[in-house]
Every structure is written in C-alpha cells, then in structure tokens.
Design a protein around this ligand. Structure first.
Ligand code: ACM
Length: 762
C-alpha cells in the first residue's frame, strides 16, 4: 500500500517537473502554426490507437515502436472510433497514387490525440508528437493540449554521406537514416563510389568490390594537409541484399535514397578494378590512399559506356523508388583526355571544341541512358561547364553560383553550398576540435542560411527544390566522428528546409535545441555539445579589466574554466557567476572552458581570447592587384654576398611557387609583401608554419620574430585589427636542408586559412 502511494507521488512529481520545464513547445523543425490550449492529454498503458487502412496501420506500428523504446510499453490498436483516451490516426488512403503529401495536422485535447494527413504527413505528425513528450519516462506521460498545422517549405530535404573515404557499416547508415527522419528529412544521398573505395556490389563486375573496395592504408598527404597516415587498411562494401534492406528501412521512415555513382572523375577505384576504363593503358591504376583530386578519369570509349550502362542498370534496379541517379561530375581533371589520341579524335568526330565539351558529351550520353530507364540525373555544378545535359538537376556545391545559374536556365536545383552546409568543415577553433578538413561553419551560420539566394527572381524560386548538407569522410573515420560533425548542425538545417523564414528565430531555436539534446543523448548520439553563450574574443579597455559572463547552453550543463592556458577538466574552477579577467598591457589571456552535460560527457574546449592592445588601424593600399609580391635571393656559394635575385607574384604566402625554379635545400632568403583584408573588426590570429627563421610584420610592426631550426615549427600571434587592409610582410631566412613555410590567418577561433582568411592585394 505504502509502496503504491509512493509510486503515485513519483509519477506526479515527474510530470509536474516535466511541465514546469516544457511549458514552452520545443518542436524542431518549428511547425508553421502552433496554438496551445489549456490542459493536457495523459498517455497511459491503457490509451488506444485508432487506425484504419494500410498507411494508418503502418503509422500505428511506428508509434508503438517509439512508445516501446521510450516508455517501455505498446498500445493496443483498433479500427473502432473512440472519443476519449485514444490516439486517432486519420491517414488518407493514397495507395496506388503518386501522392506523397507531407502536410499534417496534430490536435491534442484532454480527450484525444488526433493526427490527420497523407501517410508521410502522418509520420511527421508522429515526430512532432514525440517531441511534445519526454525522451524517457517510467510512468504516464502528459502531452500538452495543442493544435498544429504543418507543412514543409521545401520538397527536397536531404543529407549526404560519403562512405567511400571511410566505409560506414549498415548499422550506422540505419541510425543516420533514423536520425534524419526524426527531423523530417526525406532524402538520403548515398555517395557510394570514389577514388578511395567502391562500395556497391555490382554483380556483372565483381572486381569493383573485390579490388575497388579495398585500400591497403591511408597515407600521409602532401606538405601541410592534416595528417592521417595511420597505415590502417580500409575496406568494405554493401551487398545488394544489404542495400535493399537499407532502402526498405529508409522507406519505412519516408526517406528516399539517391545513389551516387561518380563519373567521369573520382573513378580511380573502378579503374583499379577494370584498367580498360582508363585512357592510359600503360598506367597501373590503384585505389587511392590519399585525398584530393586525381587525374584518373573514365575514358569516353564504347567500352566505358557499356560498363557504365551496365552498372547504372543494376543500380537503377536496386533503387526502384529513387526518381534520380546522382552521376557525380565534379572535379574532373582533363589531363588524360588531353593526352589521349582517342579523345582528341573523338573531339574532331563529335565537333567538341574543348575538354569541357568532352565532359558535357559524356554526361549527356549518360543522361540519355538514364532517362531511357525512366530516371533523371543529378550532377554536381561542374556539369554546367561545356553545356548542361538537357534534363539534369544541378547540385550546387561550389557556393551558390552554380545553383543560381541553373535556376535562371530553368533547371531544377538542389542547394548544397560549401559556404553553409559542408558538415565536414570545422565548427570551432581547430586548436581544440577533432581533426577536420578545415574552414568554419558554426551552427548559427547553418541556421541563418536561405537555400533561395537573393539573386533568384520569385518566379524562378520554384526551381530550387531544396537543400542538403554533405558529409565527406576523409577525416571522419568512425560513426562517432560523423555524428560529431552532423549534430547539431543537421538539426539547424532541418529547420532551414522545413520552416518558413518568417517563423525562424535563432534564440528560440537554441532554446528548443537545448530541450531536444537529451533525446539525442538517450539515443547515444555523439553530438557536439554547443558552446556556452557569452564566450567571445574581447579587446579589453585601457585598465586591462574585463568581465566574463557565461551562460551554459542548457541550464543543466556545468561549465569549468581556466585562465592560465591549461586545458580545463571537472576539477578546474566551476563557473557560477561573472569572472573578472585582468590582462596586462600588450598581453593576451585565453579563457578556456568545457561544458559537462548531465550524462557526464565533456565538450571540446571552447576558448575566448582577451587582448589588451589597441586595434591596428586599417590602411589604404596604393594599388590593389590580386595576391602578393615576392623576392627570392639565393646567395652564391662563394660567400661574396653576391647571388641571384628573382621576383614574382603569388596568390598567397607560401613556398610552393619556388618549387620549380631553384634548389631550395641550399640557403636562401625570401620576402613577401602585400596587404591582407580583414573582413571585420576583431582579434585575428596569424600563424607561420616553417623551418628556420621567420619574421612577420603587420603594418610595419613585428608580430612574429623567431629564429627557428631545421625542423618545422608553428609560430603564432594574436592581433586586434580594424576591418580593412593591413600591410603584411614575411621574411624567411633559410639556412639549409628542407625548406617549408606558409602563413595563415583568420578571426581567432574561426579557423585559419589563406583562401578564406581574407583576400590579398599588392
Ligand atoms: C564536392 O564536394 N566535390 C562535390
């Protein structure tokens, strides 16, 4: 008796806390219309599901699976109409039609939960319903009374995954699909083939997987690329049965899978398996073991087209529900075509004026075949070069330019710009983040994206079918690493693609995200814990004093910090109230924080730099030719002080441009001069990665001045800058042996680069 009473109290206590915390609705992506009324529906083990038709029954089973994993019970399902204590699914019977309505209504009253829509819409209503409920509960569950009318902004809401660079097991692909469906994505772009591995079984060409799915190791790359070089073999592919299983799994979650078979470039793995597909019969093709763009390109011979048509034929049969096949088309180096008598002959025969037109010829031929099978092609925006295939959908990745051009030409477009939605790009200061490919796309940037660029006229906006984030896996070796890059940025993207812009609000999104993350934690997702608010680089006043005021991303997160440059842990000082930071004249103090979430998981380090120094004033360059000028002085061996002096221009400040003109193992001196453009007021970091002695001057003041050794060493400086141009000079004194240097810069904490660190002029 006593025990029963206690249990009752517990349930009561649990639900009241639940409502205290969640009286605000936290559905992501935010529905188009939400009206809250008073009261709540109480879900108990006795609640029944009313469902009719095949679609209704499928959705009832989905609901029960969710209830079972979240709350440990399933509900009975019947057809009979009920007026209380029931979840009623009114799903339109659209079997035998093409209709795939994604709209829905969700009405919760104290008596009933009512869901209405087509089947996909009903599925999204379930996702919204689940987000009105706690992630886990041991007792009855209260659902706030509400009236939701919802529909997506875009018909195409995609996520991509590269399984070539690192193979991802079926179990993870399914988890990824599950997580996509939770946020109302409807398309999975499966990047199945590339230079570093062929991952789809093709019965007619078994060597594609016998040979093409294996690489003996991943090797260290050229010069400055992030180091992998772990010597570990990578292999794996999906059998056709596994692929069918994954497709069915996705279909049950209202997700279509689009396969990508890369052509004519990114073809090394296929050519390693079938060398006759290449233009150079004297080359030994191999599955690549480094990253980048390779010259290995399918030769446009009848042998190749026969092979590709066979592969595409099997692929199309495997993916019957996808209206598209993605044929790649990006980053095709034309060297082998230029050197091939066959291709040069083809150009004459087909009247193709350059190799871009050969690419266009290639894609058009493939499109014709794919269209003949009742499917359409998608290609990366390079397929616009040399003339776009007539019915192609363009996937715009090199920013939004290709998408704008294609929409203006009335081609369908899927926006996946690397300026907003490349989720392999960094999210924080590379000094503390797990190794990644670089750049900086934080959560807020993703959230602020509009897939319809301003350049597109209202009557052309209909060509933008939607958007997608791409996850390339060069530096993502495991599912956990992919999850870290995908979440929570993918949740921000879900809202970009679903919610009308007028309903978007980043502060409100962050509040809803904080309420949602415990669900991801319960699902064992290795999401990147979002930074605390208030952590920002600061130029302190002349008294050298500043106040650090932080707020954890969610109220339940704890913040620990250090001010002495050491890495914080749970034994460091805990942040509870604003902290005074003191910075000496011309000095820098780095505040390093971590957040610890209730499960005990720790975030990466999130830092802010406090600088006590006047910002350097911007200057006007006398002229603005792109790049920098350089001078190279190689002394004669005779110690006379005489030598050879050469000058030139280069796009950025690095050694590469000398590689062909001198023996750079001997001593030399070089200087680079130009003006860098600081895009915004702020604190910048400059970094030189070099052997030997370097001096970097900014606006005439030395910011780095360091005598080095023959070993490469990174030297850096932190400088506050006013937006605009600043004179930058590098002096490098090489005293023999391997020479190497490059200069990078960027807003502190946002990644360093020479391409995106600001333009250079001289
Ligand atoms: C791409 O990122 N090369 C499509």
């Amino acid at each position: 008796m006593k025990l029963q009473f206690l249990a009752l109290v517990c349930i009561f206590a649990f639900s009241s806390t639940f409502f205290a915390q969640n009286s605000a609705i936290s559905i992501i992506p935010k529905p188009q219309s939400v009206e809250q009324s008073g009261g709540q529906f109480t879900l108990t083990k006795k609640t029944r599901i009313v469902a009719t038709g095949e679609g209704g029954k499928r959705l009832a089973a989905i609901l029960n699976d969710l209830f079972s994993s979240n709350y440990g019970f399933k509900l009975s399902v019947g057809k009979k109409a009920l007026s209380k204590d029931a979840i009623v699914l009114k799903i339109a019977d659209t079997s035998g039609t093409e209709q795939k309505g994604e709209n829905y209504t969700l009405r919760v009253t104290p008596a009933l939960v009512e869901i209405a829509g087509d089947e996909a819409g009903g599925f999204y209503a379930i996702q919204s319903l689940i987000q009105l409920m706690p992630a886990k509960s041991a007792g009855d569950v209260g659902i706030p009374a509400i009236n939701i009318n919802d529909s997506p902004r875009f018909a195409y809401r995609g996520m991509h995954l590269d399984v070539s660079r690192h193979f991802m097991p079926v179990s993870f692909v399914k988890k990824y699909i599950d997580l996509m469906s939770q946020y109302k994505f409807n398309t999975f772009h499966w990047h199945l083939t590339d230079d570093q591995g062929w991952r789809i079984e093709i019965k007619k060409y078994p060597r594609l997987t016998e040979i093409g799915s294996k690489r003996p190791e991943t090797m260290k790359e050229r010069n400055f690329a992030p180091y992998i070089g772990d010597g570990v073999p990578v292999e794996g592919f999906y059998t056709q049965n596994e692929i069918r299983d994954v497709i069915a799994y996705a279909k049950a979650r209202y997700i279509t899978i689009i396969p990508e078979i890369e052509l004519p470039g990114h073809a090394s793995a296929a050519m390693a398996a079938y060398p006759e597909l290449g233009c150079k019969q004297d080359l030994k093709y191999k599955v690549q073991t480094t990253w980048g763009i390779f010259k290995e390109t399918f030769c446009p011979t009848d042998t190749t087209f026969k092979f590709l048509e066979d592969v595409l034929d099997e692929t199309i049969k495997l993916f019957p529900d996808s209206p598209y096949v993605h044929i790649g088309g990006d980053e095709v180096l034309k060297d082998h075509w230029k050197e091939s008598p066959f291709v040069q002959d083809l150009m004459k025969r087909e009247n193709l004026k350059d190799e871009h037109e050969v690419q266009s010829y290639f894609i058009r031929r493939i499109e014709k075949f794919i269209n003949s099978k009742g499917k359409k092609i998608i290609g990366w925006d390079e397929i616009l070069e040399g003339g776009v295939a007539p019915n192609a959908t363009i996937m715009s990745w090199r920013g939004e330019k290709g998408g704008i051009e294609a929409a203006k030409a009335h081609h369908d477009v899927i926006m996946t710009p690397n300026t907003y939605v490349y989720f392999d790009y960094g999210q924080g200061d590379p000094a503390y983040e797990p190794l990644n490919i670089g750049a900086f796309i934080p959560l807020e940037k993703v959230y602020g994206w509009d897939p319809v660029p301003k350049e597109i006229a209202p009557d052309e906006a209909k060509y933008i079918l939607g958007g997608q984030a791409n996850i390339w896996t060069e530096y993502l070796k495991t599912p956990a690493a992919v999850e870290y890059m995908a979440f929570p940025r993918m949740i921000a993207l879900a809202e970009v693609l679903w919610t009308q812009p007028a309903n978007k609000d980043y502060a409100d999104f962050k509040r809803r995200l904080a309420a949602d993350l415990p669900r991801l934690e319960a699902q064992n997702v290795n999401f990147r814990i979002p930074e605390p608010d208030g952590l920002k680089n600061t130029i302190v006043g002349a008294d050298g004093k500043a106040t650090l005021t932080l707020r954890p991303f969610a109220p339940s997160y704890k913040i620990f910090y250090t001010l002495d440059g050491t890495t914080p842990n749970e034994n460091s000082r805990q942040y509870t109230s604003p902290v005074e930071v003191e910075v000496g004249k011309d000095a820098v103090v780095t505040v390093k924080t971590i957040e610890v979430i209730p499960s005990g998981r720790k975030s990466s380090v999130y830092a802010a730099t406090f600088v006590n120094r006047e910002p350097f004033a911007a200057v006007e360059p006398p002229q603005k030719r792109p790049g920098v000028s350089w001078e190279l002085f190689i002394p004669n061996a005779d110690a006379s002080g005489e030598g050879t002096r050469t000058t030139g221009e280069s796009r950025s400040i690095l050694l590469n441009q000398f590689e062909k003109n001198a023996d750079l193992k001997k001593p030399f001196v070089t200087t680079f001069d130009g003006y860098m453009n600081a895009a915004a007021n702020g604190i910048y970091e400059f970094q030189v990665d070099a052997t030997w002695d370097v001096t970097v001057l900014l606006d005439g003041k030395p910011i780095i001045d360091d005598a080095g050794t023959k070993d490469r060493k990174v030297r850096s400086a932190v400088v506050p800058l006013e937006a605009g141009f600043h004179k930058i000079s590098l002096r490098y004194n090489h005293r023999g042996g391997d020479s190497n240097f490059r200069v990078l810069w960027g807003l502190k904490g946002q990644g360093l680069g020479r391409a995106y660190g600001g333009e250079l002029v001289h």
